[in-house]
Design a protein around this ligand. Sequence first.
Ligand SMILES: [Zn+2]
Length: 429
Amino acid sequence: MSNPRLDWGLTQRRCQGFSKRETGGGLGRFTALWDTFQPLPLSSWQREIGGLNGGALFYPPLDHWIWLIPAFLIGACIGSFLNVVIYRVPRGMSVNEPKRSFCPNCKKPIPMWLNLPLISWLQLRGKCAECGARIAFRYFAVELLTALLFVAIWQVFPPQVVVFLWIMAALLVAITFIDAEHLIIPTSLTWAGSLVGLGACAVWPQIPVMAGVAGGWLPGLKHGGIGWLSGFVGLWLVVELGKLAFGKKKLRFEKPAGWHLREPADDTEPMCFVIDEEEIPWWDMFCRKSDRLLVEAGDIRVDGESVGGGTLIIRETEIQLPDGTQHPLAKLKSLDGTASSVVIPREAMGAGDIHLLGMIGAFFGWTGVLFSLFAGSMFAIIAALIGRIGFGRQLPFGPFLAMGAFAWAFGGWRLWAWYVDFLGPLWMP
Ligand SMILES: [Zn+2]
């Protein structure tokens, strides 16, 4: 078993799953997966640490199951912090000020002894101790999910890269829940993630080439950088092509066309923008905070009174008149007029998704990017079919990209390795 990857301080146990060539490729690699769960003699890495203590280990070997308990507890605590991030970051609030978590309903700070991860939510049965308001199941789910991901990462990956991947998992969980609720992906999180990803590639060069053969820290960094770029460029291309296909729709009219906003008749119907007999529902136009509808109006009438012509900007919940004043839609009784042209935004994916795929590439290289994009699209289609959504209303793509990345990390790369083997040595990296 002379493998250059062993020199990177992997424990043999954890490395076997990644040894591609010496298992002869093909199905041999799949049996090697199960080898990873068999206890093996002390690795050189552990012996080194043991050596610092006169040759005796003062803690159980790192592949002992006992380590799964701290991994779970750390994950649950980080999950508890992620709940704060998920609530505060998209609302533009600081994550450390105020220090103490507070009830979203009564704003009372939550005392330390009622802020234990997992336990407190169960103990209080999902209600605020102060005002009795329901605390969403999401709080519990985020803590449990993070804890389980931390355990899985500890179990599957070599120790020196675990902290990097824990940070990645935490960021992906936060991004998933923020994108699901607000349809935005904070780029502060993806920039941080990209840097951590490149760090992971330098520390464990196997990670950007899971299905291939790793080199030293410099090639590792190179592979991470290529992955980061391919995430950016790849999805940017997809977005641009998507815009060409179904992107911004510009309608021009020979003579000024009449338009108006139509209020929904009941709760199940959307608000509509009606122009020249064409009805465009709200959810087709406004998916992200930045989306806006531009109307080059010859005349604008607010509540039946003309305010003149110019460029009218319509956002999801407010309008901006040519003079720069903003009015919430809820306060308007009616809005109509004439227009020479309108530009309707239609973006299948936002800039946030591009940043997220770049971050995934910084960890898992270009093969991970390709796989995550492909698997993520499949998950999104399945979710749309099951939830009967995605027809008209848009799904956030971030959660599915994150699922694609986890699918890659926890075994998807084996499919890739198998596929590459299948295609023949021509395709070996
Ligand atoms: Zn409360």
